[in-house]
Ligand binder design. Structure first.
Ligand SMILES: Nc1nc2c(ncn2[C@@H]2O[C@H](COP(=O)(O)OP(=O)(O)OP(=O)(O)O)[C@@H](O)[C@H]2O)c(=O)[nH]1
Ligand SMILES: [Mg+2]
Length: 417
């Protein structure tokens, strides 16, 4: 049976109540993704958070009676809880209490598939938990399993502080190794034009990747369905191929531990030649989610990457005024549906335009007998002219700027040797 869950949030003014209600809506979606059943939601309007219990005295009592009345198993707070607040609330409300960050960590733990994702999630969970252990290693086991305590795969989360420190050190070492492997992979792809799909979780990124590249990435109406980057080739025209990467989605206030330990996954974006910021056009929170994604891009150092806004799910938008407004606010954006394929040709045309802006023509002259260099140049781009004299051959090549720069270096080095 699903866990029975009570959600609670604090609005700092009555005007902030509505945005808090939206925030609880998202918290409910996260809870459902984690397999919980939201039974009741409570919002308290309070200008200041209580240092001891976060919510006020009256709300603590309300939470206590609501939990008894509805047989609640778990209380989830939308705000970040200090370890003390968490403990005090558990003592007074008499159910388990977690915050939004712990819930997100839990979903990541459930969805981690590859060893890289598992390492990153476990590290984030341990970093989160480390600050929450007081005295001599609190007995986590008294809390039992369930939402908020699940570890990636079969690994049991450690509860002992000394063991946690050791485990964190080991995981950090593993991650360093993975980072190095990634760097090698990146180097190998450095000649290609790279598109990276970034966007709020559930925006429709994987659906778009599947539609554009006939890939088969898992799509689901859950939050954070994708944790591991998937890179696929995409041909935009004869001789114009790029790579498209689908990666983990963003969310408002991504827990800091996750940002830190998912740095290598998140930093896929840093490697992009062009970021496709994928937006769910049918979402009522569209502007706020765009802002959250832009904030996250800034936070990971990708704030100045070239971006193309791609509004998807237009098949679900029935109000033309909505699309008009978005077209006005976000000039040069593209409107598509990953599901029906509507607008995908326009998207491809726009991508080709963007890629072609980065294409250049270069001429190379190599000795006629150096077939190896001639073939290297054929690999580096499209050879549009080839003129042979008695002992030399001159080639004009159109290609991606960094690829041709690299070919130039390699050809010169080979000729000097
Ligand atoms: N109607 C409609 N639904 C879509 C479209 N694109 C995606 N969806 C649905 O939206 C949900 C999320 O789609 P995904 O492609 O998994 O979204 P994502 O951005 O990869 O999500 P995460 O990996 O979880 O961050 C799924 O239920 C999809 O079927 C679309 O163009 N139209
Ligand atoms: Mg996805």
């Amino acid at each position: 049976m699903a866990w029975r869950i009570l959600l609670c949030g604090v609005a700092t003014s009555s005007r902030a109540r509505w945005s808090k209600a939206d925030s609880l809506e998202e918290l409910a979606a996260l809870t459902a993704t984690a397999g919980g059943d939201v039974v009741e939601r409570l919002i308290q309007v309070r200008p200041k958070l209580d240092p001891a219990t976060l919510v006020g005295r009256g709300m603590v009592e309300n939470l206590h009676s609501t939990c008894r009345r509805h047989h609640i198993d778990l209380l989830i707070l939308d705000e970040e809880l200090t370890p003390t607040q968490q403990r005090n609330l558990e003592d007074q409300v008499r159910v388990r209490v977690i915050d939004r960050a712990a819930l997100i960590l839990d979903i990541f733990a459930l969805h981690a598939r590859t060893s890289e994702a598992k390492i990153q999630v476990e590290l984030a969970q341990l970093e989160y938990r480390r600050t929450r252990l007081t005295g001599f290693g609190v007995e986590m086991s008294r809390l039992g399993g369930g939402i908020g305590t699940r570890g990636p795969g079969e690994t049991k989360l450690e509860v002992d502080r000394r063991k946690i420190e050791q485990r964190i050190a080991a995981l950090r070492k593993d991650l360093k190794k993975i980072d190095r492997e990634r760097a090698v992979q990146r180097e190998r792809r450095s000649d290609m034009f790279k598109l990276v799909l970034a966007g709020y979780t559930n925006a429709g990124k994987s659906t778009l990747l599947n539609r554009m590249t006939r890939a088969d990435v898992k799509v689901s109406d859950q939050l954070f369905a994708t944790l591991d980057p998937n890179t696929k080739p995409l041909s935009l025209a004869r001789n114009v191929s790029v790579l498209v990467t689908d990666t983990v989605g963003f969310i408002r206030n991504l827990p800091t531990q996750l940002v830190a330990s998912f740095r290598s996954t998140l930093s896929e974006v840093l490697d992009a030649s062009l970021v496709l910021h994928v937006v769910d056009a049918s979402d009522e929170q569209v502007d706020r989610k765009i802002d959250a994604v832009n904030d996250t891009l800034g936070a990971i150092g990708a704030g100045d990457k070239p971006v193309l806004m791609v509004f998807t799910k237009v098949d679900r938008v029935f109000d033309d005024a909505v699309v008009k407004r978005m077209k006005r606010s976000y000039a040069r954006s593209v409107f598509v549906s990953g599901q029906t394929g509507e607008g995908i040709d326009e998207l491809r045309a726009e991508l080709l335009r963007r890629v072609e802006k980065e294409m250049v023509t270069r001429t190379f002259t190599v000795p006629v007998h150096r077939y190896d260099l001639v073939s290297l140049l054929h690999d580096a781009g499209r050879v549009v002219k080839e003129q042979a004299t008695r002992d030399k051959v001159k080639l004009s090549v159109i290609g991606f700027r960094p690829a041709l720069a690299r070919a130039r270096t390699r050809v010169s080095a080979a000729l000097k040797a």
